[in-house]
Design a protein around this ligand. Sequence first.
Ligand SMILES: [Zn+2]
Length: 406
Amino acid sequence: MRSVNQDRARGKVLDTLQPNEDLIGRDWAMKFLPLQYRSDNAGCYHSSYGILSVTALNDNPFNITVNRMDFSDPQGGKSICDRKAAHVKACIRRYVNEGNNVITAIEFKSAVEKTMKNVKVVVALPPSSIKSSKTSKIENISFMYIFFFSNNEITAWKQFEIGIGKVFSSKSSNEIPSLVKKCESTVVWGTIVQSSMNTSIPVPVTRNEEIEEEDNICSNVFTCPEDGCIATFLKYGQLCNHLDRGKHTYPHNNLNIKERTNQTCFFNGKQKSSAEKVLHSSTTHALQAESTLKKGWALKNKREVKRFSKEQIEYMTEKFQFGESTGYKCDPDEVAKEMRHVKNSKGIRKFQLEHFLSPSQIASFFSRLSLKKRQASNTVYDDCDMIAEESKTEMSQLTVLANTVQ
Ligand SMILES: [Zn+2]
């Protein structure tokens, strides 16, 4: 739900975009091997520093200002970036298959420049004088997703178009002087020159043309891959535009259950069958139950940190070490089951109900242990990597869960 609501922000910006305005999509991605594991970590730009520097950047002589910054929900909403990233990755793979190496940033740059048209590679490093130690912090920044910039103020929202937002002052000149000073000397302002258009790549389409094609639903070559969307297009460029704008066309009978019930009642007039009456009353029940939810129920919660007890840690470490020494890794599912009836030397159950752990808790503890082991042998791993690996484990568990639910 958060993901869909956050996506509306992009739609609104695109709808009201003026000729002198621009929408920039940003994503953090690793695009070539060899790479050390990092997660989909938005921390590098969704941070107090990233937000506050915008006000410093807005203070430039070129009359270019950043009006707003919207962050999509984690793991979603960046479909534009993902599509472009997939394209870059494919080109790099092809370049490597042609007998070239892509190991360093320089090689990556030349690979992109040699294989792709209309793509510009820019190396953007932070000015060297910047140390993150002295910046002021915006509290709970990771829970805020929408930022508006005006003269000396930043207004932040947790969700798009919900609530009045919270106002911060942004006296950028006091807080990040080094960036303001360095900006002018290190950032190169210039124009990106487009090389000649290749005919096989998406052809720009005018708005009118696209709207015309959308009316002609289901009869064209290119179909939208979005679930439930019925738009089809004659030209590939039109499909790309449609995907980038994210305004999908759903069939008109795609009503929710209440609307459908109302419609049925309307058509049947007063001669409602008893079955429909039941359906109707049960729906209203469901809706009433829904309205008792507390305001803000869909917002992201702070993650509660629970510490494992000494016994739990000992037990899991023992299981892990057994796996390490024998080569037969313990299955977290099995360990979780075993925990429920394992007994100590006196024949009493080792763990009580409240100390049972779920397979995912055990799996994440195992992954932490294996990371610690790797960390001991490889000093390049740091806390960041630990957190990244943990969230990766969590993500894969969620994926498995989502797949089983389907
Ligand atoms: Zn669509």
